[in-house]
Design a protein around this ligand. Structure first.
Ligand SMILES: NC(=O)C1=CN([C@@H]2O[C@H](COP(=O)(O)OP(=O)(O)OC[C@H]3O[C@@H](n4cnc5c(N)ncnc54)[C@H](O)[C@@H]3O)[C@@H](O)[C@H]2O)C=CC1
Ligand SMILES: O=C(CO)COP(=O)(O)O
Length: 317
């Protein structure tokens, strides 16, 4: 069963907004794109649309949702958020910000292993659409599902977006690991230990454990930590080659959310007393407190402990 063509507004004309616009057009939907760089009117773009999707980077979420809050959208249409980041001011996730501004509309998170360059190349990919309003998630599933893009639903929006957000920190660590040529044993060790760290933070912040084992968690971590198409991975790789963060970001010329996410995450971890060894070393590295080699040594020389304990992973598992 396929949904009849709809009119979509996509906010954000960057790599991800453009790739999602391509997927929607492939399904026969009409797509209007808004971005500050296009200089068009957001009111005109969202007028009478059937769905609004935000793919702005994290600094754009608060100002864009504030603008949408003051515009009368069609009643009850879903607002989809595809941003992977944490807000510097409030430490909130994008869906929490959208929910606080647009409470009359169901908020749906779209997140998964979705490198935009591969999607632009029309390679097959999977994703998750998650909402407390499962009917809204099903509508979004119908809108984007195609033979190129398989979309699953979930009722855990916060867990779904935290998987995609927190793996960006681990992608920086994975880039360091590969940039230092530490080998596959080290990489497997890093990624395997990264998952319980993501789960520890993600469940503390309200996500469900099982969500982090799915496409938006483990799936996105595997993609992002193994591909040099990932900007966050390239940040870590560049730092391992001895470049400064400024140099790496200027070479990138595009968004690497993991840098800001690491800083916000460490603020949360300190406030909430969450143990985040890998993210802690990424934070020190990004903030010029240690070298990549020292970060590796610090992780290898931590206090010895059992692999699994109640603190490592929630006891339900
Ligand atoms: N590129 C990718 O492969 C994927 C990216 N994402 C996420 O999507 C988000 C956007 O990523 P990209 O499109 O790759 O980044 P990008 O750097 O290519 O584009 C960012 C977009 O955000 C807009 N923006 C930035 N600040 C703004 C502000 N203050 N007000 C309004 N708009 C603003 C820019 O105009 C631009 O359209 C990020 O959170 C990223 O983690 C998620 C999945 C895949
Ligand atoms: O989220 C992504 C893939 O799912 C994109 O990763 P980067 O932002 O690191 O390029």
């Amino acid at each position: 069963m396929s949904s009849p063509p709809k009119v979509l507004a996509i906010l954000g004309a960057g790599a991800w907004g453009s790739a999602l616009a391509g997927l929607a057009r492939y399904k026969g939907h009409q797509v209007r794109i808004w971005s500050p760089s296009l200089g068009n009117s957001i009111e005109e773009v969202v007028a009478d649309v059937d769905l609004v999707l935000s793919a702005v980077s994290m600094p754009g979420v608060s100002p864009t949702s504030t603008q949408i809050q003051s515009i009368k959208l069609k009643e009850n249409i879903p607002i989809v958020t595809a941003t992977k980041g944490l807000d510097t001011e409030t430490t909130f996730t994008p869906s929490q910000i959208w929910s606080s501004r647009c409470s009359d509309h169901p908020i749906v998170v779209l997140s998964g292993p979705n490198l935009s360059k591969e999607i632009e190349q029309e390679l097959p990919a999977t994703t998750v659409v998650a909402s407390e309003d499962i009917n809204a998630a099903k509508i979004v599933q119908q809108v984007f599902s195609s033979k190129r893009f398989r979309v699953y639903t979930s009722s855990d929006p916060v867990g779904t977006e935290l998987g995609g957000t927190l793996k960006n920190v681990m992608a920086i660590a994975a880039g360091v690991c590969d940039g230092l040529h530490l080998g596959m044993n080290a990489k497997a060790g890093l990624l395997t230990r990264a998952l319980p760290e993501i789960i520890r933070i993600g469940t503390h912040l309200g996500g469900q454990t099982e969500t982090f084992f799915g496409l938006s968690g483990l799936g996105d971590m595997l993609t992002t930590c193994s591909s040099d198409l990932s900007r966050n991975y390239r940040v870590g790789y560049g730092l391992a080659q001895g470049k400064t963060l400024e140099q790496v970001l200027s070479d990138l010329g595009s968004t690497a959310e993991g840098v800001n996410t690491t800083n916000v995450l460490i603020e949360i971890a300190r406030r909430e007393q969450i143990n985040v060894p890998i993210s802690g070393q990424v934070y020190r590295l990004l903030n010029n407190q240690i070298s990549p080699q020292e970060a590796v040594e610090a992780l290898m020389e931590r206090d010895l402990k059992p692999e699994f304990s109640e603190k490592t992973i929630p006891p339900k598992l």
